[in-house]
Design a protein around this ligand. Structure first.
Ligand code: NAP
Length: 464
């Protein structure tokens, strides 16, 4: 039986889990092309998971096993929309699965949001994880005259920082900002990222949660971690833990909420030691305006409460918190890609069970999985069941003969070659991998991330 050629756009966990779901069934033979605009695979496992979470980052070893299969090929450094249009990709493959994630940020919609010193968490995360898209070739050592990445100046200059949002990304950002750079030495962070972090002088991180302690989006393990950071005082307002009836009802129903509240209640008993750095958790608080002339100088905050419909509304006077850096960590957002249906209200590709819906009904050959399918929620493992659902829809269409194998993967390879595009394959990634490990080991670490496109391409080059 001729194999079905399936292109997956995005080599993050959602794309690779889709490849795994396609190749671990035996009903329909497949040839899978996993395409990514970056030279390297693994998406947010490499460029989103915090570098001080090595066990979560090591999921990439499992993902790599899927890319090693004979019926899976990796096409790195190929951008759909730039190198090939979606229509061209569809014309040389039998089916396409979009798994390109949600790379943009949600807006706060407050005055001053675009002042220098106000940055979106996804940009900061991409910077400290070493994503080449935010490390221009001229960035580098903190005193490099042509350094362009604005994040670097902002971090070096900030003492007081406000992080808006009460999710796991806010905790990741908070840890990176408040930890001593030496505490991050054992991670795989790039040397130039560590160098900038070594020059930071952050003393206070204020985390703003617009609802109460019973409503955070933290997972308890990640929350508890912040109490283990050394030389840091945790500052909480005991009044926030005088729970109202709705909060009490919530923790009765929701085990994670109950554990989170219990963890934070324990911290109320911790003495304030006069440590050199502080984490302040502000509940029932939201930013109203970011203040400053040329750059952020303070954040005006207000107290909040929930109205009868559960909406967050204003509940108190305005007051400023001094800050030189504001990190908006209120969620990621999917973006439109030319030629792919997109719902701007939801920031997702419209679908039913992963089968893409176009204006005139179901697309004959397009599917979607991961954050661009369901929104930026869940942990990495959530993408596995999500991919299984999408692949199930695709396989059903094969059973119904709505989807038929007509193409050969060589058509994709030839089209790219005609364009002069040289995809980076799995051996190319393995050479980058080896170069990163060698770079790290020469400094007594397991790995040092290579951040610049040119260096990644050089490391990928086969010496023969
Ligand atoms: P998230 O979990 O959706 O949290 C977003 C936070 O922003 C919520 O506290 C939300 O509050 C708040 N927020 C939203 N709009 C706001 C506004 N206009 N003003 C003030 N606050 C606002 O998003 P995330 O932290 O970006 O994480 C994305 C996903 O990745 C999550 O599923 C997360 O668990 C996962 N992740 C997991 C890990 C890990 O397992 N270690 C690490 C990082 C990320 P409301 O609840 O009031 O809306």
């Amino acid at each position: 039986m001729k194999p079905l050629v399936v292109a997956i756009v995005g080599a993050g966990p959602s794309g690779i889990y889709a490849a795994e779901a396609l190749t671990s069934q035996s009903e329909v033979p497949v040839q899978v092309a996993v395409i990514d605009k970056l030279p390297v695979p693994f998406g947010l496992v490499r460029y989103g998971v915090a570098p001080d979470h090595p066990s979560i980052r090591s999921i990439r070893n499992t993902l790599e096993r899927t890319l090693e299969r004979d019926d899976v090929s990796f096409f790195g450094n190929v951008a759909i929309g730039r190198d090939l249009t979606v229509e061209e990709l569809r014309s040389v493959t039998d089916a396409v699965i979009y798994a390109y994630g949600a790379a943009s940020d949600r807006r706060l919609d407050v005055e001053g949001e675009d002042l220098a010193g106000s940055i979106a968490a996804p940009d900061l995360v991409a910077w400290y994880c070493g994503n080449p898209d935010v490390h221009p070739e001229t960035s580098g050592a903190a005193d490099h005259p042509h350094r362009r990445n604005p994040v670097e100046d902002l971090i070096i200059g900030a003492r007081e920082t406000v992080v808006v949002g009460a999710g796991n990304v806010a905790l990741d950002v908070l840890r990176v900002l408040i930890k001593e750079a030496e505490e991050l030495d054992e991670t795989d962070m790039a040397d130039e990222v560590l160098e900038v972090l070594g020059k930071k002088s952050v003393t206070d991180v204020h985390l703003l949660a617009r609802r109460g302690p019973a409503y955070t989006a933290f997972t308890t393990k990640e929350l508890r971690e912040i109490a283990k950071i050394e030389n840091v005082d945790l500052v909480l307002d005991p009044a926030d833990f005088d729970l109202d009836e709705a909060s009490k009802a919530r923790i009765t129903k929701d085990k994670v909420a109950a554990r989170n509240v219990a963890a934070m209640q324990d911290w109320l008993d911790r003495p304030i030691t006069g440590a050199p750095r502080r984490i302040h958790l502000h509940f029932w608080t939201r930013p109203v305006r970011i203040l400053g002339t040329d750059r952020v100088e303070a954040v005006e905050i207000e107290r909040t409460r929930l109205d009868d419909t559960g909406r967050v509304v204003a509940a108190g006077p305005l007051e400023p918190i001094a800050a030189q850096l504001v990190v908006r960590s209120v969620g990621y957002r999917g973006t439109a890609l030319d030629g792919i249906p997109y719902d701007p209200n939801l920031g997702r590709v419209p679908h039913a069970d992963g089968h893409v819906i176009r204006q005139d009904g179901f697309s004959p050959d397009e599917y979607v999985t991961g954050w661009i399918k369901r929104g930026p929620t869940g942990v990495i493992g959530t993408n596995k069941s999500d991919a299984v659902e999408t692949v199930h829809s695709l396989l059903n269409d094969v059973s119904d003969e709505a989807l038929v194998a007509r193409h050969d993967i060589a058509e994709l390879t030839s089209l790219l070659a005609e364009r002069g595009i040289k995809p980076l394959d799995l051996p190319a990634w393995q050479r980058i991998d080896a170069a990163e490990m060698a770079r790290g080991q020469s400094h007594g670490r397991d790995r040092t991330t290579i951040v610049h496109h040119s260096e990644l391409l050089a490391a990928a080059t086969d010496p023969d």
